[in-house]
Each structure stands twice: as C-alpha cells, then as structure tokens.
Design a protein around this ligand. Structure first.
Ligand code: ADP
Ligand code: MG
Length: 237
C-alpha cells in the first residue's frame, strides 16, 4: 500500500518478488525474544538500519533473500539475528549432528568479523559458533567441530576441507548465508560455493548478500534460491 511504499522510498529500499513482507520500524516489531532484545541493546543498536528494516521480516518469515547494500549498512545482523531465531525454533538441538546455520564469506578477515558478531548474539542462547578459516591449526579446528556447534562461519576452501575430513556433516544444516557473494566469485570460489550448496538439503533457507550483482552471481542466485525476495538499498545494484 501507499504508506509502505512511502516508507520504503524514505529508506531508499527497493524490493521485488511476490508477497513481500512489509518493512519494520523498530526491533520490537520483529517479535524477538526478551533475550535477543537484550543482546541487541547491549550492542548499542537502537533501531534497525534500512537493510535490516526490510530484510529482517523477510528472513524471519522463512523466505529466501537476495540483499544488495553497500558495505557498512548492517548486513551482518540482518542475517545473524534471524539465524538465532531459526536455531531456537528447532524442536531439538541434537547437538552432535553438525551446524544448523552455515555462513560463507570470502576472506578470513570478513569471516572473523561475522564470527565475532554471531558470538555476541549467540552466547546468551547457548548456541555454539565455530570459525572455519585459516588461522587455527586444522587439527584444533577439526577437534572443535567434532565437539559440535550450531553455527559455522567459514571461508569456502576451509569449509570444504573440513567436510572432506568429516569434521561434521551438513545433515542438520537448514540456513545458508552467502555473504559478499560478488567477492567470493572474484576470488574464484564459485566451484567451492556450488559444492557446499550441493551438500545442503534443498529445502533449506538461503540468503545471498552482495554489494553488486554481476551476471554470474545473478545466475547462481537463480539456481540456488527458491522464490527469493530481492532487496536493494541505495543507488547500487
Ligand atoms: P555490512 O556487512 O553491511 O558491511 P556490518 O554488518 O559489518 O555491515 O555493520 C557495520 C557496522 O554497523 C558494524 O559496526 C555494526 O556493529 C554496526 N551496526 C549494525 N547494525 C546496527 C544498528 N542497527 N544500529 C547501530 N549500529 C549497527
Ligand atoms: Mg558484511
């Protein structure tokens, strides 16, 4: 309706897809638990950024998403917060069976930033987050993963390495995030991404974030997302 359109325009948000949920105005509008609201205010986040206003209700409704917004726009919380809700919604955590949420990022530095952010929101929920990228010895990483976790934050190469070594299985994975997809393609990770996606059940929820949408990324998105909503913030995309 008119009011929703005006609100989107005021935030420089454009959407496409069918039945797009309306954007929220406050974190309270998301229906987050008291626990999660506490963690959010502890971060000093007073209100959602534009990408969060539109992405949170989409992802919380279970839809796939293509999110296009520039660096610094708050994309991490847009996929981490609904991931916490998704994990807490699982009937039983069955802790030994591998991650529920899988996040891929192009570089160790970016993966580490996500890891830090994910841990902040996971701690109070008893959700375990493992980092799967260079920096830790492969043996230590293997042992940590064997002990179990609900979320892995990974670079594609190391993730495949750990899957091959049977550090965990993807049997329980139902929430996949591809962050900075364009950069992962620039770095030549397309085959690894396709291999990872191929190991996760097709009825998963898939989120793809990117600063730009080159044709190759667009093609991948068409192949691996189901009826996605596309959200663009700002002039790019
Ligand atoms: P992006 O992934 O889009 O580049 P980040 O998720 O790294 O952006 O967020 C950029 C910065 O903004 C981080 O320091 C993050 O803690 C902060 N941030 C994210 N969401 C909010 C919010 N709702 N209010 C205030 N700061 C936020
Ligand atoms: Mg980011």
């Amino acid at each position: 309706d008119q009011e929703v359109n005006e609100y989107r325009t005021s935030l420089a948000i454009r959407v496409s897809g069918f039945d797009v949920p309306r954007p929220i105005k406050t974190f309270e509008d998301s229906g987050f638990s008291v626990e999660l609201m506490k963690a959010i205010s502890k971060q000093g986040y007073e209100k959602p950024t534009p990408i969060q206003c539109q992405a949170l209700p989409i992802v919380l409704s279970g839809r796939d998403i293509i999110g296009i917004a520039k660096t610094g726009s708050g994309k991490t919380a847009a996929f981490v917060l609904p991931m916490i809700v998704h994990i807490m919604d699982q009937p039983e955590l069955q802790k030994e069976e591998g991650p529920i949420g899988v996040i891929c990022a192009p570089t160790r530095e970016l993966a580490h930033q996500i890891f830090v952010e994910a841990k902040k929101f996971s701690k109070s929920h008893g959700i375990r987050v493992s980092a799967v990228y260079g920096g830790m010895s492969k043996l230590d990483q293997y042992k940590e993963l064997k002990a179990g976790c609900e979320i892995v934050v990974a670079t594609p190469g190391r993730l495949i390495d750990m899957i091959r070594k049977k550090a965990f299985t993807m049997l329980r994975a139902t929430y996949l995030v591809l962050d900075e997809a364009d950069r992962m393609f620039d770095l030549g990770f397309e085959p690894q991404i396709r291999s990872i996606v191929g190991q996760i059940r097709p009825d998963r929820q898939t989120l793809l974030f990117s600063a730009t949408m080159p044709r190759k990324v667009e093609k991948l998105a068409r192949e691996i997302l189901t009826d996605p909503v596309r959200v663009t913030v700002g002039e790019i995309g």
